[in-house]
Design a protein around this ligand. Structure first.
Ligand code: ATP
Length: 889
């Protein structure tokens, strides 16, 4: 609906609709949840969209200025969370508009006055705080991207937990970084969307983009906003930020303020992520390695899902975040490893701690809601139980048997001391807690004297009502006389129609029903008033007590957040300790060398899948990418396990640098700065890229960016084009990787010809996947061994896959012909005569085969040692070489 239309329609409509339209015009990009009594109503196009998205009935209410009926639909307030979450998941933003005054107040202004309403919050995917709207085990990040001069900065925050980060970014690294953070919403200045070099990037993140006016990204304003938020005179203590980082973090705060309508959440100290502190994993690699979700977008089947043994939501979120961002500093990695090792070694202690954590509620998210004024009694209970757990955790961890050191010692100190708050909440809260404070009944008996009195008055009055009923029964002689209650009449006396004559003058008639008549008395009305007053007073007092307890909590928000993080890191470390024992993982040694030595490495996901399926155990394999064997060329049949081997080494590196144990017997890794891969690709038709184009774009990124500290995994480069094109590209890539990038690399290929390079390029070594032929069958051993594979066994795999028998047989014939070196048109034409299908092959000129290994000329040149030749011999050799060329012609 356009603003223009709204304005034009304004004069002819009801005052309520006028109010609706004016609020809606301030939020044109949102669905407006307009509060009317117990419902949030939606009108016009909002109603049409929401009814379709939620599959609810679309009705009509009144008429628009042009006489057309106004579409309407509504959702009940008490169940609106579910509807809200469905709308947010479908990509809508929702502005929640509440009544902000009592209807009685509005009436005072005149009978036609409309109750005042205001938008109290704009719900967007990146600003959620409710448990029902989020996944408990993953973060929900809002990100902001800003550019100032030549610099770019990215900031991100999880409003539900208070995490707040910022880092400098370069345009070419942006996809990798966004892939790592995986925000639910990305805000950026309008002007960035117009930059041609960022078109592709924004195409990928289109579904989460919220463009904002450029002025919101002003770095000077941003800096003052940050200072104001943290109430500091300078941000120096938080890190050395560039202008773009400040602009991004400030714009993020601005957007939060805008959507929360002034109600700011608690955010932890802005944490600065230095350039190079995190192993960069580009977007395609992250996707293809299925780190936190599979290619089809599910958590199940990802690396995260098979290593996750955490027992709390916060622990799971920390594991997800750390897995997505492995470190590069060996010292920091080893500090984490020490903590995991501690728990791996301390069996009983680990069990006790995990048992405790299992029962511990989500402190972070409860704190987030309370600090936004959106919490309820259950959040207070979560704080009480979470903080109580910190004391028990400290007791568990302070036994003499396993003295804590390093990072663990810090975590124990961070647990803090929250005795008085726990004690107070323990006394204050009752047993059965409602979700909302306004529902009442959550303060325990004995906590507040006045509340106890009011409650006694309430229940006493109820007893008095029972007594009154008995008295009236006696006085009237009507045994069936009852005192009842409903929302319209309040308390009333009810007798059946046949007893009406027995009701004396004191009974004031209220209502006649078909079979019954209802009355009240002065006495009953007074009693009812007492009951209602004490109930209202009790409710108001409980709300007051709630607010005071919530403010006790928020006053200590920082210490609680630190304790919550400590609990999360204990869960993180003890779960990885548990995993190491259960799956027999080893502690990796990570340092600043260029080593990559894995002994008995396994693929964590395939290994567990095979075990579950009850199939043969996973075959462990070694990898050693030491300097003189930096680049492994791996050949071998289809289905032999090349891809698995490549991926397992990448996953081991990620696990190691996250600070976790790894599926291997021994592992030594020199910290990797960036991980690149080119493993499997799909079309990117949305951007007009074919499979081969995608493959080449990814390969180009690797060759342009990989360093000697990088790990590169390449699976079948060049397979998407004609054989000789593909082989030539693969050939040149190996040379470039070896000579220019000098990265540690695993290169799987079906081009056996490439192994000729192993003679010429010093650090390229040939490996292959072993197979055994037995009684005409091929058995895959899944073992990596030195040397080159002799065959691809593609036809064998085709048979396994169920290609029709005649096709397989025919393929074998063709293969044999080709393998016999009979690539001449004679042999092919013989085949083609037998089957017209092969005619097409004949029509294509056969490209000259690329020499496997050095040519005769190169060989002869290589054999010459100029230092040992006389001038005469040298001249003779020259003639001989020239002669070789002539003969070749
Ligand atoms: N080390 C291993 N131990 C046991 N089974 C394995 C191992 N490696 C691979 N496999 C099994 O073999 C299957 C094929 O492996 P993979 O996809 O890695 O083969 P590939 O050589 O890359 O094949 P292709 O060339 O056809 O892509 C896997 O799905 C897995 O079940």
């Amino acid at each position: 609906m356009t603003e223009q239309r709204l304005k034009k329609s304004a004069p002819k409509i009801t005052p309520m609709m006028e109010q609706y339209l004016s609020i809606k015009s301030a939020h044109p990009d949102c669905l407006l949840f307009y509060r009317m009594g117990d419902f949030y109503e939606l009108f016009f196009q909002d109603a049409v969209d929401a009814a379709a998205a939620l599959d609810i009935t679309l009705t009509k209410r009144g008429h628009s200025h042009d006489g057309s009926e106004i579409p309407m639909c509504g959702v009940p307030v008490h169940a609106h969370d579910t509807y809200l979450s469905r709308l947010i998941r479908k990509g809508f933003r929702v502005a929640v508009c509440e009544q902000t005054e009592d209807p009685a107040e509005a009436k005072k202004r005149g009978s036609k006055s409309v109750v005042r309403r205001e938008v109290i919050r704009v719900v967007t995917p990146g600003t959620l705080t409710e448990d029902t709207l989020m996944d408990a085990r993953s973060h929900n990040y809002l990100a902001a991207l800003a550019e100032t001069g030549a610099e770019m900065g990215l900031s991100w925050a999880d409003m539900s937990t208070g995490n707040f980060h910022v880092q400098p970014v370069a345009a070419e690294n942006l996809p990798a970084i966004l892939g790592r953070i995986s925000p639910a919403e990305l805000i950026c200045p309008q002007k960035l969307l117009e930059k041609p070099e960022l078109y592709d990037l924004f195409a990928d993140w289109q579904h989460i983009l919220t463009p904002q006016p450029d002025v919101r990204f002003d770095s000077i304003n941003a800096e003052s906003r940050l200072k104001e938020f943290y109430a500091v005179a300078s941000l120096d203590a938080y890190g050395d930020f560039n202008r773009a980082e400040l602009a991004a973090a400030g714009a993020l705060l601005d957007y939060v303020e805008l959507t929360q309508v002034g109600q700011m959440p608690r955010l932890s100290t802005l944490s600065h992520i230095a350039e190079g502190a995190i192993m960069e994993i580009d977007h395609a690699t992250r996707r293809n390695l299925e780190l936190v979700q599979t290619l089809s977008g599910e958590r199940k089947g990802s690396l995260l899902s098979v290593i996750d043994r955490t027992v709390t939501g916060a622990g799971a979120r920390l594991l997800g975040a750390r897995l997505a961002a492995p470190l590069t500093d060996p010292e920091a990695i080893n500090r984490r490893l020490d903590m995991v090792q501690y728990f791996r070694d301390a069996d009983q202690l680990r069990d006790d701690l995990r048992q405790l954590l299992k029962e511990t509620p989500d402190l972070e998210r409860a704190l987030g809601r309370l600090s936004l004024g959106r919490g309820g009694p259950r959040d207070l209970a979560a704080i009480r139980d979470g903080l109580a757990a910190t004391a028990i955790a400290r007791t568990i961890l302070s036994g003499d048997a396993y003295p804590a050191t390093g990072e663990l010692k810090t975590a124990i100190a961070d647990l803090g001391n929250h005795f008085s708050l726990v004690e107070k909440l323990g006394r204050a809260l009752g047993q059965d807690l409602p979700l909302m404070a306004r529902d009442g009944g959550f303060i325990a008996e004995g906590y507040n004297e006045r509340l106890d009195e009011l409650r006694v008055m309430g229940s006493e009055s109820k007893k008095l009502i029972m007594a009154l009923q008995a008295r009236y029964q006696e006085e009237t002689g009507v045994d069936s006389l009852k005192i009842k209650h409903n929302n319209v009449l309040g308390y009333f006396i009810e007798v059946t129609a046949k007893n009406v004559d027995r009701m004396g003058d004191q009974f004031i008639h209220r209502q006649t029903m078909t079979n019954a008549t209802r009355y009240s008395t002065t006495e009953l009305s007074e009693l009812a008033r007492d009951i209602s007053e004490s109930k209202d007073k009790a409710q108001a007092l409980e709300q007051e007590l709630f607010d005071s307890l919530a403010s006790d909590v928020t006053l200590q928000a920082d210490q609680i957040a630190i304790a919550a993080h400590a609990l999360a890191s204990l869960d993180w470390a003890s779960s990885l300790g548990e995993l190491a024992i259960e799956q027999d993982y080893c502690r990796p040694s990570v340092d600043n060398s260029l080593a990559f030595e894995i002994e008995g490495g396994r693929h964590p996901v395939v290994e567990q899948a095979l075990r579950k399926a009850g199939e043969n155990a996973f075959v462990p394999n070694d990898a050693d990418l030491g300097n003189e064997r930096r680049l492994w060329l791996i050949t071998g049949p289809n289905m032999a396990g090349k891809s698995t081997f490549l991926r397992q080494n990448a996953l081991i590196a990620i696990l190691a640098q996250m600070g976790g144990f790894v599926p291997a017997v021994r592992c030594h890794i020199g910290a990797i700065d960036r991980l690149f891969s080119r493993v499997g690709a799909a079309d990117d038709l949305a951007r007009g890229r074919s499979t081969f184009m995608v493959e080449m774009v990814e390969t180009a990124t690797i060759l342009n960016q990989a360093t000697d500290r990088s790990l590169v995994i390449l699976d079948e480069i060049g397979r998407g084009t004609a054989t000789f094109d593909g082989l030539s590209i693969a050939w040149a890539c190996v040379e470039h990787l070896h000579d220019a990038n000098k990265s540690r690399a695993l290169f799987a290929t079906h081009y056996h010809e490439l192994t000729a390079l192993t003679d010429r390029l010093g650090s390229v070594k040939p490996y292959s996947m072993r197979v055994k032929e037995w009684q005409g069958e091929v058995i895959f051993l899944h073992e990596v061994a030195q040397g080159t594979a002799d065959r691809s066994y593609g036809i064998h795999v085709a048979r396994l896959a169920g290609l029709p028998g005649p096709v397989v047989k025919r393929a074998e014939e063709v293969l044999q012909t080709l393998e016999n070196g009979e690539k001449s048109s004679g042999a092919l034409s013989k085949l083609a005569e037998e089957l017209p299908l092969f005619q097409s092959l004949l029509e294509q000129p056969v490209a000259p085969a690329l020499e496997a290994g050095p040519s005769a000329l190169e060989q002869a040149l290589g054999d010459i040692n100029p230092d040992e030749l006389t001038p005469r011999e040298a001249l003779d050799q020259l003639y001989a070489l020239k002669q070789m060329i002539e003969t070749d012609k």
